[in-house]
Design a protein around this ligand. Sequence first.
Ligand SMILES: Nc1nc2c(ncn2[C@@H]2O[C@H](COP(=O)(O)OP(=O)(O)OP(=O)(O)O)[C@@H](O)[C@H]2O)c(=O)[nH]1
Ligand SMILES: [Mg+2]
Length: 305
Amino acid sequence: MTGEPQGGETRCGFIALIGAPNAGKSTLLNALVGAKVAIVSPKPQTTRMRVLGLAIEGRSQLIYVDTPGIFAPRRRLDRAMVRAAWTGAGDADIVALLIDASPARAGCDSRAIIGKLNDTGRPAMLILNKIDQTDHPRLLAIAGDLNAGFPFTDTFMISAKTGDGLQDLRVAFAARVPASPWLYPEDQLSDLPTRLLAAEITREQLYLQLGQELPYSSTVEHEKWEERDDGSVLIHQVILVERPGQKAIVIGKAGAKIKAIGEAARKELIQALDRPVHLKLHVKVREEWSEDSAHYREIGLDWRA
Ligand SMILES: Nc1nc2c(ncn2[C@@H]2O[C@H](COP(=O)(O)OP(=O)(O)OP(=O)(O)O)[C@@H](O)[C@H]2O)c(=O)[nH]1
Ligand SMILES: [Mg+2]
């Protein structure tokens, strides 16, 4: 049972949020869903896989698709991430291009994306994000510039962080997804299995607590889930890095860094799972983890991209 309303037409569809790294796609997904289903950090290329976030608006079930940022890929992992983003767009009923409109960025890294959107011939909406950090004349200039390069169906101006403009966006999505039965149970928020969500929450801490390069050379894998008699859960995860020097940094002086990462992740996990959580982290050097096809399979990426 999906719990959809009786008597009258229902709607349901996929809305892909695409854009350059750091545009705020995952922040927007969480805001639209009203819960944390995707991880967020100030560093670009945080999201590595497609994540669905679900919300109901009136008689419409909105299935938002968070995607990795689109950039010029160098490594296999980059290529797989960018492929996942375009696949997300290709499978969706609505494509929404999110642009970081803050002065630091001003949408300059989205030209290649717009070029490719033109090639696909798919309609798309334009969403200018981070309006809390910019002024109106600047927003109008960016909107004019981008609309000259692609026939966007509409332009929305929002702040995923403050929530400004989100209700108009929800209403527009709800009206435009196709007539369809609901595809997911009404109370489901995401398609991410709990073990993957838990690994993502720890990976978010790697982005937040480690220096510039290390997050990109590391990942988190789920190992074991132990139910305890007192109702708590013990989660075992491994942080994979590529070199012994990186392992030393993740562990930190007298284990201080890994302790801080574990404590912050555990707090988030308690919130996300709504139950007591123990988290056991260890760090392993696996030089070739980013070439390992099993890792790609686990998070739904195409190793051959
Ligand atoms: N000021 C402001 N910051 C925002 C807004 N939306 C997102 N951010 C910040 O922008 C940064 C990137 O946000 P993410 O949601 O991780 O961006 P993303 O597009 O998912 O990035 P990737 O996963 O790397 O592609 C974070 O520091 C967010 O807090 C906004 O509306 N205003
Ligand atoms: Mg993201």
